[in-house]
Design a protein around this ligand. Structure first.
Ligand SMILES: [Fe+2]
Length: 203
């Protein structure tokens, strides 16, 4: 077939090493945050039904708490690798994690389609993922331009569909470019789906 794939959309999925011990500490920190972060609890009540997120209250976890600092250092290495694979010319500047937050999603909590404006790389790291938890759903960036195109066949390869579902897994890191629209569909099981999300900027 004389076709060629062009303009690739690369995402990065990797399991962190020695994640069990780190996740134990992170989960402990998050349990405390979810009880003591009154501003975050109040915000979550209004905007994150049933769950808890520090998204609007504590966004410098990666600079503040030892477990999160350790995690940030581990993620930095993967972000470097990802940037290399994207062939980015950083022009002497660096990529920095500027914002981070945690999310605890019990049954039915969800996060609708969104992007992370002003950042260049965003991602999630999975800390405590009960069996049957929601996947991360990415949208084909060509979606707004498809106009009258026919739908894809149901049996097309996962990466050739208009949506890609990446199963959440303990210790797994997922990186994508910040313009990529993504969502977390409603958590179908009652135990909390616990994750750490972040943005990197270039300066
Ligand atoms: Fe997001």
């Amino acid at each position: 077939m004389p076709t060629k794939s062009v303009f690739p959309t690369k995402i990065y999925i990797e399991q962190l090493e020695h994640y069990r011990k780190l996740n134990k500490g992170l989960l402990h920190d998050i349990e405390i945050l979810s009880q003591k972060d009154l501003e975050g609890i109040a915000w979550s009540k209004q905007h994150y039904q049933g769950g808890y997120t520090s998204y609007s209250s504590i966004t410098d976890l990666h600079e503040r708490f030892p477990d999160f600092i350790e995690l940030r250092k581990a993620i930095d290495k993967h972000v470097k690798k990802y940037a290399r694979s994207l062939n980015w010319d950083l022009m002497g500047r660096k990529l920095h994690m500027t914002v981070s937050w945690v999310s605890m999603m019990p049954k039915s909590t969800y996060h609708t389609m969104h992007t992370h404006p002003l950042s260049v790389i965003s991602g999630t790291y999975y800390i405590d993922i009960p069996k049957g938890s929601s996947a991360l759903k990415l949208e084909d960036p060509k979606m707004p331009f498809l106009m009258n195109a026919p739908p894809r066949k149901a049996n097309a390869k996962a990466e050739e569909q208009n949506y890609l579902h990446i199963p959440a897994k303990n210790g797994q890191l997922v990186l994508f470019e910040s313009w990529m629209r993504h969502e977390v569909p409603p958590q179908p099981v009652s135990n909390n789906r616990v994750s750490f999300s972040f943005n990197y900027e270039w300066f």
